[in-house]
Design a protein around this ligand. Structure first.
Ligand SMILES: N[C@@H](CCC(=O)N[C@@H](CS)C(=O)NCC(=O)O)C(=O)O
Length: 210
């Protein structure tokens, strides 16, 4: 099994976290997404959307989209409970969590936005709406779906655990903070999300964002 992977991507970290918790051996293929690696014809052949992560398993068979990969890897394991709420939260994560706090974090850290830019203000306000909703859900339950920790938690954790790097204040969201702690207590938990390297900065990079 191969994972086409970017160390500083939370979408890739989600998959690495599940693989670690499953105890699965795999080969990491580093894709320098800000060095132009996703702009090549070779990369487009495995993912025309030019994004990471991509899972290759078996050789020559590629699966794109982080949450599709989570669903595939978790099949038949306790990380994919028989509860359709898992799907709900995985879709919610991509539609609402990533563009708000994920997009804000990436753009602030790499100099694509300044905190007072209108787009940063809009993403910050939307992030707090998302945090409010997540906090309300977690006030009534320990994990997002099923009876315990699942890939729904992994998906949302990927971005919420670094929300402070987007300048977001998690202090009022007590249930979210308790849940972050519970996720970090799960067997096999690890956090290897790398910081963005210098070539990720606006003006220094060649990627789908430039
Ligand atoms: N919906 C996709 C989004 C993936 C995505 O945006 N990946 C970013 C890193 S987080 C990427 O690889 N960008 C490629 C580029 O900037 O060239 C997924 O969940 O896999």
């Amino acid at each position: 099994m191969k994972l086409f992977d970017y160390a500083a991507s939370a979408n890739c970290y989600k998959v690495r976290l599940l693989l670690a918790q499953l105890g699965v051996e795999y080969e990491r293929v580093a894709v320098d997404i800000f060095g132009g690696d996703t702009l090549t014809d070779d990369f487009a052949a495995i993912n025309p959307a030019r994004t990471t992560p991509v899972l290759e398993d078996p050789p020559g068979t590629f699966l794109q989209e982080s949450n599709a990969i989570l669903l595939q890897l978790a099949r038949g394991t306790r990380y994919l409970p028989d509860d359709p709420q898992v799907y709900r939260w995985l879709f919610y994560e991509q539609a609402d969590v990533v563009p708000t706090m994920g997009g804000l974090r990436f753009r602030l850290i790499t100099g694509r936005l300044r905190p007072d830019d209108p787009d940063a203000r809009r993403r910050r306000a939307a992030s707090y709406e998302v945090l409010e909703l997540l906090d309300g859900h977690l006030a009534r339950r320990a994990f997002f779906a099923g009876d315990g920790y699942s890939i729904a938690d992994i998906g949302i954790f990927g971005y919420v655990h670094v929300a402070h790097e987007a300048g977001l204040d998690l202090e009022p969201y007590m249930s979210v903070r308790s849940w972050l702690g519970r996720v970090e207590q799960q067997p096999g938990y690890m956090n290897d999300l790398a910081p963005y390297p210098p070539n990720a900065r606006a003006g220094a990079s060649r990627s789908i964002y430039d």
